[in-house]
Design a protein around this ligand. Structure first.
Ligand code: BGC
Length: 916
C-alpha cells in the first residue's frame, strides 16, 4: 500500500514538474502582439516554448481559435480546433479554420507537446479582422481641398491642420466599439476629449497612388451612454508633401489631407450602430496648428485653440461642413506593421544662454523625435525652436547641413497658466535646440525630448571588453531607431528623409539583431513592389516620394537581399512568395536593357561615400580610389541571381533556378575576362571593393581566392594602415569577408580604430550616432548628415554573427537551428550578447584569458545549436564540470580546426576549455 501510494505520489509530482517546466509564451499573430484590423485571411500564428530544462523539443501542438473569449476558455474552438498536430514547428502556423469575418475578433491559445511533457494551455491571445470588403466601408472621404489665406503652396509649403468633429448618441450597453480610420497624411483621433491610442505620426506612409493604410482602434471603453464626440486632426505627412510647386519632376504629392473614418458600435442586444465620416461632420482649418511640414516644422498658435472641441457640448455652429472629396488612387489596406510611438523620454543635459539672448539646449544625444516644452508667459508671445545636430565654434547651432529644411517649431502662448506643448505631425533629427523668445528663465526642466520610432521591441544586447565597440554599438542603436519612420529612411534631419534602398541592402540584417524589424521590412518590400514600373524598373527610393528611377543595380538590390534576410532571420517566406515575380521581372528588365556580353553596364552610385582623398570632399575624385561601376553592377547582379536561384528552389521553380544558374556561369566567365588583371593578379584597379565583391560573391576561381584575399589584406593593412577604404558597397561585406578568410584580427582593427577613417573616429569626435561620411566632421555640409546608418555595412551582423557567434542556420531558418561560432580577436577579453529570436532568447557570453575560454550559452527551447568551442583538444573541454560525452543535451560531437563542434539541444550550458 505504502509503495503504491509513493508511486502514485511520484507520478503526480513528475506530471506536475513536467507540466510546470515547459510552457508556451509570447504568442504572436502575423508576428504582432494581439493585432487589430488585419486583412490577412489566413494569419500565421507563432509562439515560443519556455523551459529551464535541456533538450526540449516540441513534438506536436494544438491550437484553438474561438469567436469569443468565453468559448475559448471552455475549450470550444468554434473557429478552429486544430487537434493535435505532429510537428516541431512553432512559428508561422497557418490558420486553417472557418472563414474569418470582416470586423470580428478572434481569441486563440495553444499548447505544445514536447519530449519533456505537455505544456499547459497558453494564456489567451487575440486578433481582429479589419474591413475586408469594399462594401463594408460605408464611410465617405471628407476634407477641405482648398488653401486658406495663411497657407502657401510653395517650396516651403504651408498648410494648416484640418480639425474635424462629430457628435453622436449611443444607447444601451456597448459590447464592442471599433474605429477604422485612414487619416491622410496623418491623423490624431479623439473620443470624448481623450486621445485614442498611443500611436503618433499615423498611419505609416505609403505611395498613396498605389495603396494607403487604415488603422483599427478598439474604443469600447471610451464610448459613453448618451452623447459622444468623435474628433480628428489631420496633418500633411507625406500626402500633402513638404515641397510643392518646386522641382515637380522630383517630388510626388498626392492632394490635400483627407479622412475616412468608420466607427462601429455593437450593443449587447445584438444591434449595431455605425458612425461614418460624411458631410454631417464639422470642419475648421483655422485652428492652432498653422502649418505642419516634416522638413520645416510645426507652428502652433495656442490663442487659436478651440477649448473642448474634441468633446461633447462644443458649439461648432461656426464650423463649416467638410467637402466630400475624392478617394486616394491606391488600394485601402490594413496596416500590418507597428505604428510609430514615443519610445523613450530624453532629459536634456544642459542649457546655455548666448549673448544674443537665445538659449541652446543640449539633449546629450542625437536622435529623431520632438521636444516638449513647458512655458508660462503672456498671450501672443512666441517661443521658437530650431533644431540641429551640432554646434558651431561660437556655440550657435550648425544648420548648414540641413539644406533648405527649416526645422523650426513655433509655439504661440495663450497666456493661461503653465502651458505644455509638443508638435503633432512633424519630427526632427537633432541633439541641440536653439530657443528664441522663451519668457522668463529657461531651465532644462522646461524641456523633454521624445524619441519616436516604430514600436519595435529591442531584440538584442551586446557588450564587449572593448569600449570603442560598445560606443559604436550604442551609436548604431540610436541611428537605427532614429531612422525608422514607418519605413527605413536615410536620415531624419535635412530636406531628404527618404527611404533610400541602397542604405539598407545589408544593414537590415544587422539591424534585426537590435530591433524586431520583421514587419517593418516586410512592409517595405511591399512599398518597393508598388514602386515598380510596368516595364520592370525599380527606383532608388521607395515609396517613390522622390522620382529616382536611375536603373541602378546596387540600390534596388535591397528588394532581394532583404526578402532573403526576412526568411533567414524570421522564417517569413511571404516576401519571397509575394515578390518573386516582380524581382524576376526587375532582373530581366535590367538584363535586357543594360547587359552587354554578360557585363552590366549601368551603375549610378559607385562605392558611395568611400573615404575621399581630401577631408573636405564628399566624394572621392581620385580614380585610384574609385571602383569601376560596371564591376560593381555586374558583381551585384551575379549575387542577386544567386538569391533568386535560392528563392526559385524554395518555391519549386526548378526551371528558373537552372536558368539563373546558367546565367551566373556566363557572367562569371565574362566578369573574370573583363575585370581580372592576370599580370597583376588583381581585379580592375585593385581597390578593396574591386577584389572583395568577386571574392565574396563566388566569382573568383578557387585557385585564385587566397591571392585575391591577399590583395585586400595588403590594401587595408599596408596601404591604408589598417583602415577602411570602402564606401557603402564594400562596407556591406568587408567585415565578414575578413573573418571568413581567417583575418578576424584585421576586422577587429577596423572596428576598434579611432583614427580616420573609422567608426571609432566618429565616436572619438563626439558622434552619438553614425555619420553619413567617414569625414563627417570636415566635409562639405552639402551632404553631411550626422545620423545615417548606411556606413554600418555588415558591422552589426559581424558583431552578432562573428564576435558573439550567434547566427541562424540557413536551412533550419529563424534560429530553429543556431550556429554558434564566435571569432576571438586578439585583445578582446569578453563578449556578452543576447538575441531574442523567433524561438526565444539566445545568449552567448564568452570570456577569454591567456589559457582559458569560458562560454555561457542559452539555447531556447525547441531549437538546437551547433556550437564551436575553441580548445587545445577535445579532452580540454568541459561543460559544467563534465566531459563532453557525459553532458545532458549533447547530440553529437566532433573535432575540427581547433574547435570541438558540439550539437546541443536547448538549455543553458557553461563550457570551459583550455586554449593554450
Ligand atoms: C542619401 C543617401 C542615399 C544617396 C543616394 C543621399 O543623399 O542621403 O543615403 O542613398 O543620396 O544618392
Amino acid at each position: 500500500m505504502k509503495q503504491k501510494f509513493t508511486l502514485f505520489f511520484l507520478c503526480i509530482l513528475s506530471l506536475q514538474v513536467g507540466v510546470g517546466q515547459v510552457s508556451v509564451k509570447n504568442l504572436r499573430c502575423e508576428m504582432l502582439v494581439n493585432p487589430l484590423g488585419m486583412d490577412i485571411k489566413e494569419p500565421r500564428l507563432s509562439w515560443q516554448l519556455n523551459s529551464d530544462q535541456r533538450n526540449v523539443q516540441q513534438t506536436a501542438y494544438h491550437v484553438i481559435v474561438a469567436s469569443s473569449n468565453e468559448k475559448l476558455s471552455k475549450g470550444d474552438g468554434d473557429m478552429w480546433n486544430s487537434g493535435k498536430i505532429e510537428s516541431s514547428q512553432s512559428g508561422h502556423i497557418n490558420y486553417a479554420g472557418k472563414e474569418l469575418q470582416s470586423g470580428k475578433q478572434y481569441f486563440w491559445k495553444v499548447r505544445s507537446f514536447t519530449n519533456k511533457g505537455e505544456t499547459p494551455w497558453s494564456e489567451s491571445s487575440f486578433w481582429s479582422m479589419g474591413l475586408l470588403n469594399q462594401k463594408d466601408w460605408k464611410a465617405k472621404w471628407i476634407g477641405y481641398d482648398k488653401t486658406s489665406p495663411w497657407d502657401s503652396i510653395t517650396q516651403w509649403s504651408r498648410l494648416s491642420a484640418r480639425y474635424l468633429r462629430k457628435e453622436f448618441q449611443s444607447s444601451s450597453a456597448v459590447q464592442k466599439a471599433t474605429v477604422y480610420i485612414s487619416g491622410l497624411g496623418m491623423y490624431e483621433l479623439y473620443l470624448n476629449g481623450e486621445r485614442v491610442g498611443d500611436q503618433v505620426l499615423a498611419p505609416n506612409p505609403t505611395d498613396y497612388r498605389k495603396s494607403f493604410f487604415y488603422n483599427t482602434h478598439d474604443v469600447t471603453a471610451q464610448i459613453k451612454n448618451g452623447n459622444n464626440a468623435i474628433a480628428t486632426v489631420l496633418g500633411n505627412g507625406r500626402f500633402f508633401t513638404m515641397r510643392q510647386n518646386y522641382k515637380p519632376q522630383k517630388h510626388n504629392t498626392f492632394g490635400y489631407p483627407k479622412l475616412l473614418l468608420q466607427l462601429e458600435i455593437e450593443y449587447a442586444d445584438g444591434t449595431k450602430k455605425i458612425i461614418i465620416s460624411d458631410e454631417s461632420w464639422k470642419l475648421n482649418v483655422d485652428g492652432p496648428i498653422r502649418t505642419n511640414n516634416e522638413y520645416d516644422g510645426e507652428e502652433y498658435d495656442a490663442t487659436k485653440e478651440f477649448p473642448g472641441w474634441n468633446n461633447i457640448g462644443f458649439n461648432d455652429s461656426k464650423w463649416i461642413k467638410p467637402g466630400l472629396v475624392a478617394a486616394p488612387l491606391g488600394n485601402i489596406t490594413a496596416q500590418m506593421s507597428e505604428p510609430m510611438k514615443v519610445m523613450q523620454l530624453i532629459k536634456p543635459v544642459s542649457i546655455k544662454k548666448l549673448n544674443n539672448g537665445k538659449y541652446v539646449l543640449d539633449m546629450g544625444q542625437n536622435f529623431a523625435g520632438w521636444l516638449q516644452i513647458k512655458v508660462q508667459g503672456k498671450r501672443g508671445q512666441k517661443v521658437q525652436l530650431r533644431f540641429a545636430e551640432s554646434l558651431k565654434t561660437d556655440g550657435e547651432i550648425f544648420t548648414a547641413n540641413l539644406r533648405d529644411a527649416r526645422v523650426t517649431d513655433v509655439y504661440t502662448l495663450k497666456g493661461v497658466g503653465i502651458e505644455i506643448w509638443q508638435p503633432s505631425f512633424v519630427y526632427h533629427g537633432f541633439r541641440y535646440v536653439e530657443i528664441t523668445g522663451f519668457p522668463g528663465t529657461a531651465t532644462i526642466n522646461d524641456f523633454e525630448g521624445k524619441l519616436i520610432y516604430d514600436a519595435l521591441e529591442t531584440t538584442g544586447s551586446f557588450v564587449t571588453s572593448n569600449s570603442v565597440i560598445n560606443d559604436i554599438y550604442k551609436n548604431a542603436w540610436w541611428g537605427i531607431a532614429s531612422n525608422y519612420k514607418g519605413m527605413p529612411i536615410d536620415c531624419p534631419q535635412r530636406n531628404e528623409r527618404q527611404p533610400w534602398l541602397g542604405d539598407r541592402v545589408i544593414g537590415a540584417i544587422g539591424e534585426s539583431y537590435l530591433f524586431d524589424n520583421a514587419k517593418l521590412y516586410a512592409k517595405w518590400m511591399q512599398d518597393i513592389e508598388e514602386s515598380q514600373t510596368d516595364e520592370g524598373a525599380i527606383p532608388d527610393v521607395a515609396p517613390a516620394f522622390w522620382n529616382y528611377y536611375s536603373d541602378d543595380v546596387t540600390w534596388p538590390a535591397a528588394y532581394i537581399t532583404i526578402s532573403n534576410h526576412l526568411y533567414n532571420q524570421f522564417g517569413d517566406i511571404t516576401p519571397i512568395q509575394k515578390h518573386y515575380a516582380s524581382m524576376k521581372k526587375w532582373m530581366e528588365y535590367m538584363k535586357s536593357k543594360y547587359m552587354t556580353n554578360y557585363i552590366v553596364t549601368r551603375d549610378k552610385y559607385g562605392d558611395w561615400c568611400m573615404p575621399p582623398e581630401s577631408p573636405s570632399l564628399i566624394h572621392a575624385k581620385d580614380s585610384s580610389r574609385l571602383t569601376d561601376g560596371k564591376l560593381i553592377a555586374t558583381a551585384y547582379y551575379h549575387k542577386m541571381l544567386s538569391y533568386l536561384q535560392r528563392f526559385a528552389g524554395l518555391l519549386n521553380k526548378n526551371d528558373d533556378a537552372k536558368t539563373f544558374g546558367l546565367l551566373m556561369d556566363s557572367i562569371k566567365i565574362a566578369f573574370n575576362k573583363t575585370f581580372y588583371n592576370e599580370n597583376e593578379m588583381y581585379y580592375s584597379n585593385n581597390t578593396v571593393t574591386a577584389n572583395l565583391l568577386p571574392l565574396y560573391f563566388g566569382i573568383v576561381p578557387d585557385s585564385l581566392k587566397q591571392t585575391i584575399f591577399e590583395n585586400i589584406r595588403k590594401k587595408i593593412l599596408v596601404e591604408n594602415n589598417g583602415h577602411t577604404s570602402t564606401g557603402l558597397i564594400g562596407s556591406q561585406w568587408v567585415m565578414r569577408a575578413l573573418s571568413d578568410y581567417g583575418n578576424t584580427d584585421l576586422a577587429y582593427k577596423l572596428t576598434t580604430n579611432t583614427t580616420y577613417p573609422s567608426w571609432g573616429y566618429m565616436v572619438a569626435n563626439g558622434a552619438t550616432t553614425i555619420w553619413e561620411l567617414w569625414n563627417g566632421n570636415t566635409a562639405d555640409p552639402g551632404m553631411n548628415s550626422q545620423n545615417h546608418v548606411m556606413l554600418l555595412g555588415d558591422l552589426l551582423t559581424w558583431y552578432y554573427e562573428n564576435l558573439a557567434g550567434i547566427r541562424s542556420d540557413k536551412t533550419d531558418v529563424a534560429f530553429k537551428k543556431i550556429i554558434m561560432k564566435p571569432n576571438l580577436p586578439t585583445g578582446l577579453a569578453f563578449v556578452n550578447a543576447s538575441y531574442n529570436s523567433m524561438h526565444g532568447l539566445i545568449k552567448s557570453e564568452w570570456k577569454k584569458t591567456a589559457d582559458k575560454f569560458e562560454w555561457n550559452i542559452t539555447v531556447p527551447a525547441n531549437s538546437s545549436a551547433i556550437i564551436y568551442v575553441p580548445a587545445k583538444s577535445m579532452n580540454d573541454v568541459v561543460e559544467s564540470g563534465k566531459e563532453l560525452s557525459k553532458i545532458e543535451g549533447v547530440q553529437s560531437i566532433k573535432w575540427e580546426n581547433g574547435s570541438a563542434i558540439v550539437q546541443i539541444g536547448s538549455g543553458q550550458y557553461k563550457f570551459i576549455s583550455d586554449i593554450k
